[in-house]
Design a protein around this ligand. Structure first.
Ligand code: EPU
Length: 427
């Protein structure tokens, strides 16, 4: 297993970082290729482990997939077996998003339940409830969800589905299922993330009739299976990758970094909080310029579904607050166990007290390098950022978590002056 070694940035970070395509937009779009037998092409796809896992899953299902980053081509064909095995789903929970398209297209699907997750229980009850409302018959069998269309594998029916809470992949799963259902589906209390909006755009490109993606009510007028065609689409930029580099730049005093190919409006709450903390942020076309010259001040943050402060930026922002003057309260409301970076940051000298779902952070003058362990994707990114400012060397272990969601992170950070390298074979 690889590790990442980081030494304190010798000078302010300067230069340009290019943002890759959004992982969490590419994953549902890849699943959407299952809705049609035609050959689809995705462009601006990031080169990441989660993307490879999804490609492997599509191949397991029987589709021919060529990953030629940043392009992926799914050849014409059908799925020989609509089944997602535990070995693939346990590697990546997003695999559960093949359930909606498979059930809609083939009238049946067998998908492993994802099992435990480092950041919270993450059930899929809302996905299943919605599919049942559309007439699916679902049973749980030996760790698998076994689903069948109405009357022994028939076409799903349009329905009204009220989500008990906004779920990103749940909304996406049901949008895909509804695209081929008979009649109109109304999804209420939907997730409004830009990635959901992106899926709506792609489905419409394929011939679906989706209205309202990106708002809390989505209407989908189902079309017969033959009416959805293949698509060619370039994925939107990764707002969380962009936000992560923005925080990295803000963490190192004196930095001035241009984050290129990012959409600032997808990061409005993050930008507002960073500005409050004393970071200078300007938007220049499709680039965001981040500079930090003065001290950082403590600001409170509470995560919430979009357009609230993203849970996927909580760990990185918390590191920034470790370096701020004063006390800040970081409250996590989306996932119940997303503070695993805290004990690792404490080992680097951070002053943080956990009180239920709030981290009370008391800013310190310096963080100190240590050997720390990555526990999930965004937690790993926060440890790398901490390493950029820490005195001495930081070693982040278990970086396979980072490889799930950050393309060439060490190369991109080196490009703006960080001293960071990957070493092979450390667990
Ligand atoms: N939830 C339920 N029941 C469900 C579905 C969700 O109770 O059926 C709960 C979850 O347990 C959680 C909350 O609802 O407490 C929100 O979870 P959501 O379903 O929105 O999360 P997700 O769809 O599984 C996506 C992203 C995550 C991101 C979250 C929140 C993808 C592939 N994943 O997950 O991304 O944190 O939305 O924005 O889109 C990451 O990229 O590092 C990552 C974890």
């Amino acid at each position: 297993m690889d590790a990442i070694l980081i030494r304190q940035a010798p000078a302010p970070l300067r230069g340009t970082v290019h943002i890759s395509g959004a992982k969490n937009a590419a994953l549902p779009v890849l699943c959407a290729t299952l809705l049609t037998d035609g050959a689809s092409r995705l462009r601006n796809v990031p080169k990441l482990r989660d993307i490879d896992t999804t490609a492997a899953l599509l191949r397991f299902l029987g589709r021919d997939v060529v990953v030629d980053a940043p392009e992926i081509r799914v050849a014409e064909g059908t799925c020989a077996r609509p089944e997602a095995p535990y070995e693939l789903v346990k590697q990546m929970r997003a695999s559960v998003m093949v359930l909606g398209p498979l059930l809609a297209r083939y009238g049946r699907a067998k998908v492993s339940l994802p099992g435990g997750c480092a950041i919270g229980a993450r059930p899929i009850d809302q996905h299943l409830k919605g599919l049942e409302a559309m007439g699916a018959v679902i049973r749980l069998e030996r760790g698998y969800v076994v689903a069948e269309g109405p009357n022994g594998g028939g076409r799903l029916r349009g329905a009204e589905v009220l989500f008990d809470l906004p779920t990103v992949t749940g909304t996406e799963n049901l949008m895909m299922a509804a695209a081929l259902a008979k009649g109109r589906t109304t999804l209420i209390n939907c997730a409004r993330e830009p990635e959901v909006e992106e899926l709506g755009r792609v489905l419409n490109k394929a011939g679906a009739k989706v209205d309202g993606a990106g708002t809390d009510v989505i209407h989908v007028e189902g079309v017969p299976p033959g009416e959805l065609g293949p698509f060619d689409h370039a994925i939107i930029p990764d707002r969380i990758e962009a936000g992560t580099y923005m925080i990295a730049a803000a963490a190192v005093q004196g930095s001035d970094v241009l984050i290129e190919g990012a959409e600032i409006h997808d990061l409005d709450t993050v930008v507002a909080k960073m500005r409050h903390a004393g970071v200078q942020i300007e938007s220049e076309g499709r680039a965001i310029r981040v500079a930090r010259n003065g001290p950082l001040s403590a600001v409170p943050v509470t995560t919430a579904p979009h357009p609230g402060f993203p849970t996927d930026m909580q760990a990185q922002f918390l590191v920034l607050m470790c370096l701020a003057r004063g006390e800040s309260m970081i409250t996590e409301t989306v996932f119940e166990n997303r503070f695993m970076h805290v004990p690792e940051l404490q080992r680097m000298g951070a002053q943080i007290v956990l009180r239920g779902n709030t981290a009370v952070v008391d800013g310190v003058k310096a963080l100190y390098g240590a050997s720390v362990m990555a526990t999930d994707l965004r937690a790993s990114a926060s440890l790398v950022i901490a390493g950029l400012v820490a005195v001495d060397e930081t070693e982040v272990r278990r970086v396979y978590h980072i490889d799930r969601g950050y393309e060439r992170i060490e190369e991109k950070l080196r490009g703006i002056g960080a001293r960071i390298e990957r070493v092979k074979g450390r667990s």
